[in-house]
Design a protein around this ligand. Structure first.
Ligand code: ATP
Length: 594
């Protein structure tokens, strides 16, 4: 099999991630941002070590004030101290600003990178996998979970300095003034950490439940939006509103629960951390009176107390940080399976024409009965094969079995290679698929066709007879089609999707009822163009309408699990149902064209 080109999309993704980058490792995201992290480290160290100057100056100023009152020092000395204090605050606050700016930048970069990776991974998932996951859950994962995860990383990065470095600096200062009293007072902050650690499971559990409800709510919102018209027409609006209200309440309850456990403990952590103040008043007072472990002035007492208070506040932030990290862990667990950089782009491999050999093909959905079996046929490049049969006989399923979303029985070989055994990249290079849903994007007509491709879109519009429709539209090719193509008629959306499929031509094209919303004249014209454009490809065309079937190279008739393969003439003789259907439709065609 011949693979020829790598798409821009993959190259961009590789550049984005780089050598040695492991998208499923949190550490990789930190490593990738090493330059930003250096700025954060430097500014963080200046800020947090500079914070120590605060209590030191406060103590000095208290001492100076006492000496001024005693007539030992002069006011000018106090002024010098105040100026130095203000200057130190300016330096500390500037570094704080720089640190905050870069921490935010770090978070934004990681957020964008993670979202690109998860998006890349989601768009490569099969439709079935996404449907099984559920639209709401997919949206929650792609947006909310990434946000929460990055928020945990941001808090961690901030708190490493704001809490870690500051805590150590404060603790060092306390030990310096009176190590015994410092050790006594410092018993309490670790207690608050232990409690925070114990709360971990509860926070994770309520956080996960909240995410789940958020996914359900997103799915319900999507459903209400997409099916609004149906609900209105069938008078189900009130019922849907109530169901939505229930979803909303369930989400609210879960969110409140998660939030309560996330925040309710903060005051408790702070009270526990501050308990050491009692020792400081008692033993510190003794120090000032000259009866304690050290001999202190009032200024030293003030510095020690101020340092400890700041340490306690910081240490309650550390407990809060643990909670934020626990919350982020929940989100990371949910998105980790999607954090893969895949080179399996649908656009990146162009395959050359080949022959198709289907042998003894059978298919059943998981847990379902066999929809068809023992199907045998082969096709050469340039052939168009019609697939038809009664409603729900498995026509679409036969088309989809080439996508290998579920395992099939027997064999489908393209150019001698089994589709089921190929990697997705190869398979995507072989198969072009157009299902019932045109899957248009909220973009221009041109972009919906080109999807980043460099060739002109007009010939493909002509091929599907859509060029005429555009002559009356002011913006022509640049017309925005709306979400899912809502601004187009059903037939226009269908043809636009067909134009896209032909633009990105693959050696094997599966077209599921692409002309169902077209009138017969347009259908005949579009089919003639399809024959021209798809030369070199094998086309499997699923349809209920048979009047084009005489022009097909082969026909597959499907009914109650049986399949018959042959030319149109052979099927007319062998399958009475096919002959009847064809005759009935030919009559219809005659009437219409008269
Ligand atoms: N994802 C699925 N999981 C389980 N069963 C499915 C799935 N998709 C379709 N089916 C079932 O398979 C059967 C065949 O469906 P399919 O859509 O292939 O028929 P069809 O011939 O294309 O129908 P139509 O003529 O209405 O387009 C139906 O009974 C349907 O309920």
């Amino acid at each position: 099999m011949r693979e020829t080109m790598e798409s821009d999309e993959v190259r961009k993704q590789m550049e984005n991630t780089g050598k040695g980058f492991r998208p499923d490792r949190i550490l990789s995201y930190f490593r990738k941002e090493w330059k930003v992290l250096i700025v954060i480290t430097v500014s963080g160290l200046i800020y947090n070590l500079g914070l120590l100057a605060g209590p030191w100056f406060e103590g000095r100023m208290t001492g100076c004030l006492i000496r001024i009152l005693q007539g030992i020092s002069r006011a000018s000395q106090m002024l010098t101290l105040v100026c130095a204090y203000v200057a130190s605050i300016a330096v500390v606050q500037s570094s704080r600003y720089v640190k905050r700016f870069y921490v935010r930048r770090f978070a934004n970069n990681v957020n964008r990178r993670m979202k690109q990776i998860i998006y890349g991974s989601l768009v490569r998932k099969s439709r079935t996998e996404l449907q099984e996951e559920g639209a709401g859950t997919v949206m929650t994962k792609a947006i909310l979970d990434v946000d929460d995860c990055v928020e945990g990383m941001r808090k961690f990065t901030t708190e490493v300095f704001d809490t870690g470095v500051a805590l150590m600096a404060y603790a060092g200062m306390l030990l310096f003034y009176d190590w015994r009293l410092a050790l006594l007072a410092l018993i309490f902050p670790p207690v608050s950490y232990c409690i925070a650690e114990k709360m971990k499971r509860l926070i994770q559990k309520t956080g996960a439940a909240c995410k789940e409800q958020s996914g359900i709510l997103s799915a319900a919102t999507l459903d209400r939006g997409i099916n609004a018209l149906t609900y209105r027409v069938f008078g189900c609006e009130e019922e849907r509103r109530q169901a939505y209200e229930e979803n909303l309440s369930a989400y609210e309850k879960a969110a409140v629960k998660a939030n309560v456990w996330n925040t309710v403990m903060q005051p408790l952590y702070r009270v526990i951390s501050m308990t050491g103040v009692l020792f400081i008043f008692y033993f510190g007072g003794k120090n000032v009176l000259g009866e304690g472990w050290s001999t202190w002035s009032v200024a030293t007492f003030a510095t020690f107390l101020s340092c400890f208070t700041k340490l306690s506040v910081k240490s309650s932030s550390a407990a809060k940080l643990f909670n934020a990290v626990h919350k982020a862990q929940v989100s990371w667990k949910r998105i980790k399976p999607f954090m893969k950089v895949s080179g399996d782009s649908h656009m990146n491999t162009k395959m050359l024409p080949g022959t198709l050999q289907v042998t003894d093909l059978g298919f059943a959905y998981p847990g379902g009965k066999k929809l068809f079996e023992h199907l045998n046929f082969s096709a050469e490049p340039g052939q168009i094969i019609g697939i038809t049969g009664p409603v729900a006989c498995g026509k679409s399923t036969l088309g989809k079995s080439f996508l290998c979303e579920y395992p099939y029985e027997g064999s489908i070989q393209f150019d001698g290679q089994e589709l089921q055994k190929m990697d997705e990249k190869k398979r995507a290079g072989i198969i072009g698929y157009l299902g019932h849903d045109p899957e248009l994007f909220n973009d221009t007509i041109e972009n919906n066709i080109r999807l980043g491709g460099g060739r002109e879109a007009e010939p493909y519009l002509k091929a599907v007879c859509l060029d005429q429709d555009l002559t009356s539209v002011e913006d022509g090719l640049q017309t925005l089609v709306g979400n899912g193509g809502v601004r187009l008629s059903g037939g226009q959306a269908q043809r636009l999707a067909l134009a896209r499929t032909l633009y990105h031509k693959k050696p094997l094209l599966i077209l599921d009822d692409p002309f169902s919303a077209l009138d017969r004249t347009t259908e005949r014209e579009a089919f003639a163009h399809l024959q021209e454009m798809a030369k070199g490809s094998i086309v499997l065309l699923i349809s209920h309408r048979l009047y084009l079937f005489p022009q097909m190279d082969q026909i597959i008739w499907m009914e109650t699990g049986e399949t018959v393969v042959g030319t149109h003439e052979e099927l007319l003789k062998q399958v009475p149902e096919y002959a009847q259907l064809f005759a009935a439709q030919e009559g219809g065609a005659g009437h219409e064209e008269d």
